[in-house]
Design a protein. Structure first.
Length: 227
């Protein structure tokens, strides 16, 4: 199946179902503690990554070992992204400085980017809300990146929570959490997640039709993720 079909299937399941599928298959990927700001939408798609480090506010060329004055952080990722992609930013410096801001939300939205996930602070949340652009982040702040942090690389492996995220991986994020799926595992994770969604819909229907919840949420629920 092509990427579009996989992303469409991923968009039809929520973060909890995908997290349960990962548990069932013995795979990592769930990240707790990232908050959804700006919109109430669930997002899903392929991942484009950005790594930020301590710096003088200018992007940093790790190959050349020096700052690059001509590029603002995260702009290369926006220009590299395809419609429907999700930009994921690692800002784990410990410095209170935003790894994402309002003009980036504007540009990413116009590019067709599905949303951004920041392992670290983001800012201009109200502005992102005005654009209708989904922002997930570890925290929010008004403090600029200028003079504090710099981009060290685009589309390299990064870390979000305790999960290694690689460019081209898949992600789904909603009000419950953020869940990453490595590209090589996406089809079997989707199959497991879709089966879980169907079983949980059947359980909800049974409860609505008057079945005792203690029976519905009994042994079959407790064992449904066993391998």
């Amino acid at each position: 199946m092509n990427d579009i079909g996989l992303v469409q299937r991923l968009s039809a399941v929520d973060a909890c179902a995908v997290s349960d599928a990962l548990d069932k298959l013995g795979l990592p990927g769930s990240v707790t503690g990232l908050t959804r700001y700006a919109t109430d939408r669930r997002i899903s798609g392929r991942v484009v990554t950005v790594k930020l480090d301590v710096g003088d506010g200018r992007p940093f060329d790790s190959a050349q070992g020096r700052p690059v004055a001509s590029r603002h952080l995260c702009t290369a990722a926006i220009e590299a992204a395809q419609p429907g992609d999700v930009i994921v930013v690692e800002q784990r410096t410990g410095i209170d400085a935003a790894g994402w801001g309002g003009n980036l939300s504007c540009g990413a939205g116009l590019r067709g980017v599905a949303g951004v996930i920041v392992e670290g602070p983001a800012r201009d949340i109200d502005e992102a809300r005005g654009y209708g652009f989904p922002v997930f982040a570890r925290a929010h702040t008004a403090r600029t990146a200028r003079g504090r942090i710099a981009e060290s690389a685009t589309n390299v492996p990064i870390t979000v929570g305790d999960v290694t995220v690689t460019p081209g991986d898949y992600v789904v994020a909603d009000g419950s959490g953020v869940v990453f799926v490595v590209a090589a595992e996406i089809e079997r994770v989707l199959e497991a997640a879709e089966a879980i969604v169907e079983r949980e819909r059947a359980m909800a229907a049974a409860i609505q039709q008057g079945a005792p919840i203690s029976q519905v949420m009994g042994k079959s629920y407790e064992t449904m993720l066993k391998r």
